[in-house]
Design a protein around this ligand. Sequence first.
Ligand SMILES: C[S@@+](CC[C@H](N)C(=O)[O-])C[C@H]1O[C@@H](n2cnc3c(N)ncnc32)[C@H](O)[C@@H]1O
Length: 386
Amino acid sequence: MDHRPPLSPHPKDQTLALAKAELAAGRLDRASTLCQRLLEADTDDVGVFGLAGVIALRAGRDELAMALLGRAVVLEPDRAEHHDNLGLALAVAGRPGEAVGCHRQAVRLSPDDPVFQRNLALTLNRLGRRREAGTILSGLLARYPAFPGALSGLASVRLPGDDYVSVLAQLHDILRPATYVEIGVETGATLALARPPTLAVGIDPALRVTHEFITATRLFGTTSDDFFAGYDLTAELNGQRVELAFIDGLHTFDQALKDFINLERHAAPSAVMVFHDVLPLDAISSARVRRSGFWTGDTWKILPALRRHRPDLELGMVPAAPSGLLVVRGLDPASSVLPQVYDRMVAELMPLTFADWQARNREFSPVTIPNRRAAVAEYIGRGNRL
Ligand SMILES: C[S@@+](CC[C@H](N)C(=O)[O-])C[C@H]1O[C@@H](n2cnc3c(N)ncnc32)[C@H](O)[C@@H]1O
């Protein structure tokens, strides 16, 4: 027996509007139940198929999403949105070739809509058609700077291969460090890469940890400056020095340099330190002040800083998406160079802009380490551990 309340007068439109509101509020289950009721009422309303398809897509029910959105396309073939959504469903179901056809149709029907162009580009990139994808995304960004998803899309088009999380996982695997320190933890996606017997320390004033840590991990909910002012890192590492560190906190070069200075004092002679966000993509995402969702800040200026003032360090760049990893070796815990020149160095680098990077990136850029595990292992001198 069906105990659900009967549909009220004009039920379909009201129920559909309610389902849309539930979806917008992120309540997928409720939105899905409402759509299910409409579908059971044997509707031929394209709006119901379209919405139920999007809900199924968000819920990860790829087969159902493709069926519902396919039906929406048949019922309303001139509506670009249905083709675009079907393209998204096909792409997540591992059918990017067919997805591209759908996205192209959406763009044909609605050529000026940036969402459809972005989705076409992202699916082309999945297919390895990077040049086409890059052209579309660059054109899109020229018209709509910082359009959601376009900057991060362009970043992955420009830097193919393993992403930064995979490269960090490789570093843990190759080095098997006794200690690991991460500045900038957020959800713990990268801190969770540490494995026993590594002792890990994570520092972040706004911890939002959702990942599980499988090795001994100490979390500090403070800024890195407060941490170094209030704690002795070596003591927190049970008397051991830092063997691997990842600097991914506040995305400004002066803070990243301070983090490096503080970490280097505690470094083991063979330590490896890794900076995130060192390859700028464009003027907006590489600016000091955040104006885009995808934002690397001006961390890229640590390259000219270290090249100019610490020529003794070995700097290697892994061009891993979305914004590169700078691998630093040859650390000297006794060095006082950076603290001594810090104020002058910051004043000197502060005015640099993305245009300067474009004009001088050869001068700023260090050795490039090909984005392959064997090359990363060879660079850090543990090729025999592969
Ligand atoms: C990009 S997220 C880190 C992401 C993480 N490493 C990963 O890859 O999954 C940057 C983090 O830095 C933190 N942060 C900002 N300012 C900081 C500071 N002064 N010291 C330490 N962490 C800071 C932010 O709270 C944010 O969670």
